[in-house]
Design a protein around this ligand. Sequence first.
Ligand code: NAD
Length: 476
Amino acid sequence: MTTSHYIAGRWVEGQGSDCISVNDPALGLPFAELMAASVAQVDQAVAAARAALPAWKNVSASERAAVLRGFAEQLGERREALITLQMRNNGKPRHEAEIDLDDAIATFAYYAGLAEQLPGKNRDVPLAAPGFSARTRLEPVGVVGLIVPWNFPLVTSAWKLAPALAAGCTVVLKPSEVTPLIEQAYGQIADALGLPAGVLNIVNGKAETGAALSNHSGLDKLSFTGSNSVGSQVMRSASAQCRPVTLELGGKSAIVVFDDCAPDQAVEWIVAGISWNAGQMCSATSRLLVQDGIADVLLPRLQAALDNLRVGNPLTEEVDMGPLTSQAQWLKVASYFATAREEGLQCLAGGQVLEREGWFVSPTLYADVPKESRLWTEEIFGPVLCARRFATEAEAVAEANDSRFGLVATVCSADLERAERVADALEVGHVWINSVQAVFVETSWGGTKGSGIGRELGPWGLSAYQSVKHVTRCLG
Ligand code: NAD
């Protein structure tokens, strides 16, 4: 892979100093490599986006919608290649890779619809004051930098690209160095659709490339998804330039199981919330709060379900869970296993790396984890579930809310009134009742507290790329 960067409508070779290895995590071996973009190439990408802005923001709403529908269609045409690449580079089981692709397609189709409705949002504003009239106009924020992680590359990029393009922004996207090939599809689609040069630019690279983009003075906004540590650096650069930033950061979310649940159904939800994408989800429900009356029945069944998950290479085996996506993530999860041993936590399932090639760990369950344990408070980003028991609804809510994060939560109860009440009391951005990890493009995505700033998806995702202008005139 030599020409891996899409700048000003052309594929170019990276001129940076970092060589990026693209790995197959099931084998722990590289299958491609590419050179990162240089700081000068980031400059070129931002300049290309700036040059393309005046024309793109004035393209008609229906033309922009047609482009977004084109993205949805072209993703569908690349279906098999994109599913295989996600399986190979992320280690996703096939059905999860399919869900990601379908999510990306749905996102572009949805924002095509919103783009079409945009002219209707520019309207007169009734004023109480006599002698004046006013109208409101929604304008694109301008040139936006988009920095994304590796765990859902097609999806996370779609959640930013589609609304940004719908709003009339031009963009520079920096995918993760762990999965730098997957989002190249978006550049290829831009080419195939004849998108004007500079509307969409893609620069690949590691932290240096990300920092060059987030520090760039030529951006009007930056939207970042990733870790809290990098997010705070990105926020500092936004603050230095006094410009807006959206941050989608980490989580340590709770799944609350009341004792009126059917245990087997609850086990299914709990397992999905911690094993999908091998637990590498910002929204993983990694803190299980289980009510006293059901705990002794539920925990052994949960242990058996985790032990029975088929873990393996998604490209060669029928699996429920693949490897962790990177060696760094594998080492990080292994270090939490070591901490758990040092803390003497009660391990009911897993708790170890697998003795085989590749970056595999076993699905893991610790019971009665103390509130002070790092495993209870920190985002691990792997299939590691920590459980605690509770007696009352108030106790469950207090424990769930006792976190520096506030991304999502799941509530499982046959008493729907109680489930709704608990959902209202949880300090998070999204709650699932008797379901798990179902994200629809019409709903919002984003967190409270340390989980970030701003919302993606739905009309909120579009607003994130719009600026409101009012025109007020004297009728005098
Ligand atoms: P990360 O923060 O290490 O990297 C994210 C991106 O930032 C990558 O593209 C990386 O190259 C870039 N980057 C690294 N250093 C940078 C710097 N100094 N300046 C600018 N950019 C820089 O995160 P990750 O390991 O790729 O992803 C995992 C994290 O992402 C987890 O914490 C997870 O919770 C979070 N995440 C959040 C959401 C959400 O919607 N809230 C979704 C997915 C992942």
